[in-house]
Design a protein around this ligand. Structure first.
Ligand SMILES: C[S@@+](CC[C@H](N)C(=O)[O-])C[C@H]1O[C@@H](n2cnc3c(N)ncnc32)[C@H](O)[C@@H]1O
Length: 218
């Protein structure tokens, strides 16, 4: 069996991932040894009695900024814990917009290190020193990088061979290499509130069904 795809998540709120890691497909993938997920609390690398991780922005303005020293120390320590150091990705609204082609590329990596921001975001020197790739999940602002990290982990892990069973197959899905969207699905009952399932899907003519599905991609 190939080694598991390893994710390292650096965050100020590791508990946010509790339910995500312990339910459904991801839970099973971890149990099967196909995926490994490690969570790290950036605060563990903070210094001083108060283990401070954020501070007011130079130049004034609202909010707090994630400090460079604990964040850089955390990333460097975590990357050094295993070989390879992994592809480092910072979650930020200023990043390149995530799409399925990028997800396919990430699914071929042995290790992904995801850095979650909070508050007003990262001290710029975190980017200068660590030179991460910067990833945005879309043009809107969330409170932290944890949900975007979950988006990356979820979309990537389902492409790891063996993670999806037949019932959840990734074959033929939307945003495949040809860029199309998926066709409509139907299940029982055959009729619902006067709406019937297309006749062609009820017969056993697989070529005709494949043709119908091709023609009805959105
Ligand atoms: C409140 S946001 C910071 C927003 C920042 N002040 C701005 O205006 O762009 C805090 C953190 O949430 C994460 N985040 C928010 N929206 C995101 C998005 N669309 N994609 C990726 N990460 C996001 C980032 O890690 C960010 O550092």
């Amino acid at each position: 069996m190939p080694p598991p795809l390893r994710f390292d998540l650096l965050t100020l709120f590791p508990g946010l991932f509790d339910g995500f890691l312990t339910e459904s497909i991801l839970k099973r993938a971890i149990a099967q040894g196909l995926v490994e997920v490690h969570r790290w609390d950036i605060r563990d690398w903070a210094e001083g009695k108060h283990r401070q991780v954020d501070d007011r922005p130079f130049g004034g303005g609202p909010g707090m900024v994630l400090m460079a020293p604990p964040t850089v120390a955390a990333v460097e320590a975590v990357r050094a814990m295993a070989d390879p150091p992994g592809r480092l990705i910072a979650l930020t609204p200023q990043g390149r917009r995530l799409d399925q082609a990028w997800i396919r590329e990430l699914a071929r990596e042995p290790r992904l290190v995801l850095l979650c921001g909070r508050y007003e975001g990262f001290d710029e020197r975190i980017f200068e020193v660590l030179e991460p790739e910067r990833l945005s999940i879309g043009d809107y602002v969330l409170s932290g990088g944890e949900v975007p990290a979950m988006v990356v982990v979820d979309a990537v892990m389902r492409l790891v061979p063996g993670v999806l069973g037949d019932a959840e197959s990734a074959v033929d899905e939307s945003f495949g290499p040809d860029g199309g969207l998926e066709y409509p699905h139907y299940t029982r009952p055959r009729e619902f509130r006067g709406r019937v399932v297309p006749e062609i899907l009820l017969g056993g003519d697989h070529a005709a069904i494949a043709r119908w599905r091709r023609q009805n991609r959105r």
